[in-house]
Ligand binder design. Sequence first.
Ligand code: NAP
Length: 325
Amino acid sequence: MSVGAGGIGEPAEEGPAAWDMLIVGAGPAGLTSAIYAGRARLSTLAIEKMVPGGQIVLNDVIENYPGFPDGITGFDLAQKMAQQAARFGAQIQTGTVDRIEVSRYPFRIRVAGGEGDSEFEARSVVVATGCSPRKLGVPGEKELAGRGVSYCATCDGPLFAEKRLAVVGGGNTAIDEALFLAKVASSVTVVHRRDQLRADPILQERAFANSKVDFLWSHVVTEIVGDEYVEAVRARHVGTGEETEVPVDGVFIAVGETPQAGFLPEEIARDERGYIVTDSDLQTSVPGVFAAGDVRAGAYRQIASAVGDGVLAYRNIRQYLEEHV
Ligand code: NAP
């Protein structure tokens, strides 16, 4: 068994000819597989395109991950998971996996980024790439991205001190973001397409009790208006069809997620929405390639369940490797 030199974000210069486990995406699922694989003394490399932690680093406070009764920031939790994986010998390298060749074995994985493209061989792969925010697809969204249109309250919220904001969506992300933004903004209008939120009741209670948060119910956004910067959100009532314009300085879009699986070869089956299809062992349609966390079809899309996926993927990969020496 050989584990290459380097720590978090450093190149795996001295890695083995073929890694036992290559993990694509160092979020909670991928890092958990890395912790377990490291402790099992499997040579383990995780490739992450941003920073370890994936989407959770964008979370302000995480309250429902067990073990942190006072909550923990997404950034801190991500750091702790990454440190734990590194402690047991797993490597985490920055880069973007843009191709996995599954027609040969060991699998060949191409990584773009860093100081140029590199290729790795691996005897098993865990795809744990998670999801990215879904776009609304309305006029003005693309044009005003970064000019008042955002998909990340913790990243961009502090730029909107004492400004009027809108949040689009009614799920946990939307309400989390509305509550976070209400700490800095002068007002936050949640524009939701139904008259009921999907978010957890505890978040709903807080949002309804927050004097800075109000709701535009049963409206779909039809346009984000502005020349250079966002000036307003235009929305249509789903029943009457009546159009309303809400003057705002920023719009945070939180209308769900899309799986980050577009880079995978066609041999790895996906469902109609693009999520990776696995069996109950989390193995994909390609033996030796597993999927874990939010990118997997049927995932509950919580940090705790992603962690569970990471363990299961590890366990079944270990068995797979024992049978495929
Ligand atoms: P989500 O739960 O899928 O909610 C998406 C929201 O956007 C829904 O309210 C949906 O409306 C709305 N929506 C979808 N498409 C739309 C469109 N085209 N136009 C207008 N509105 C649209 O997504 P999420 O909030 O990003 O959460 C993703 C996952 O992460 C979930 O499993 C969630 O529980 C989890 N998460 C958990 C926490 C937490 O536990 N604190 C925090 C963040 C995220 P409808 O309700 O009408 O469908």
